[in-house]
Ligand binder design. Structure first.
Ligand SMILES: NC(=O)c1ccc[n+]([C@@H]2O[C@H](COP(=O)([O-])OP(=O)(O)OC[C@H]3O[C@@H](n4cnc5c(N)ncnc54)[C@H](OP(=O)(O)O)[C@@H]3O)[C@@H](O)[C@H]2O)c1
Length: 204
């Protein structure tokens, strides 16, 4: 498979590259990568696809997409940051990238467990994670040519020495992305939550 990874030099991205590069053609993309792209800019994303051509899989695992501050400190711009990057940036990749994905290919996006396990600094993060999950549920059945769309929701990534419940290593998170890329399912939120409950939020 020909796989393009946006955020390939990041904490999780590096491990996805490591897991895939033996058996697949992996293209590393980021602002400073082999293929340079700013995923928040439509023009830049289009140029990236024109440079790379059609691919079998696109992975978005781009960092710096959330503002972590206390509730009192958050400004409208902090919410705008998450909205533009985490949510609209990833939606934009799917919308302008669909023509560049081969039949039966896939998109794998990133969200995060703060949608379900909030902390006092995640108020401008969790809601956009939830929105990305919902976008995947909503849009996956609508994609043409059997193109698949999934999202990985990682728990906080830690060093292997700190492995435990409610956290994952970058390697464990990367395994969830590989599952999406090499599997045959679509519309799924793959929760790499380090063994935590699947849905801890009270429903009423
Ligand atoms: N790490 C965690 O604990 C954790 C937990 C839950 C969810 N997540 C989610 O998982 C995803 C990846 O997280 P991570 O921690 O692996 O990220 P990271 O280590 O901060 O990775 C940053 C990567 O994104 C690229 N990048 C940043 N801005 C970009 C832009 N505008 N356009 C293109 N590339 C850009 C960087 O390369 P350049 O600087 O060269 O552009 C780099 O390759 C994020 O969506 C994050 O919210 C992470």
């Amino acid at each position: 498979m020909k796989v393009i990874i946006l955020g390939a030099s990041g904490k999780i991205g590096r491990e996805i590259v490591r897991a895939l590069e033996i058996d697949h053609e992996v293209i590393s993309a980021s602002r400073g990568g082999d293929v340079q792209v700013d995923y928040t800019q439509d023009v830049s994303v289009r140029q990236m696809f024109e440079q790379v051509g059609k691919v079998d899989a696109l992975v978005a695992v781009v960092g710096g997409d959330s503002a972590f501050k206390s509730y009192e400190e958050l400004t409208p711009e902090d919410f705008e940051h998450g909205y533009r990057r985490k949510l609209m940036g990833q939606i934009g990749l799917v919308r302008s990238g669909t023509d560049f994905i081969n039949d039966g290919g896939s998109f794998t996006l990133s969200s995060g467990f703060l949608s379900h396990y909030p902390n006092p600094y995640s108020v401008a993060t969790g809601p956009f994670n939830a929105a990305v999950d919902s976008f995947v549920h909503s849009a996956a059945p609508l994609l043409p040519r059997a193109i698949r769309l999934n999202v990985v929701s990682p728990a906080p990534v830690v060093d292997p020495a700190q492995e435990g419940r409610g956290v994952v290593t970058a390697e464990q998170a990367a395994a969830a992305y590989v599952q999406s890329i090499t599997g045959d399912f679509s519309g799924r939120v793959i929760r790499a939550w380090g063994g935590l409950e699947k849905d801890p939020l009270p429903s009423s």
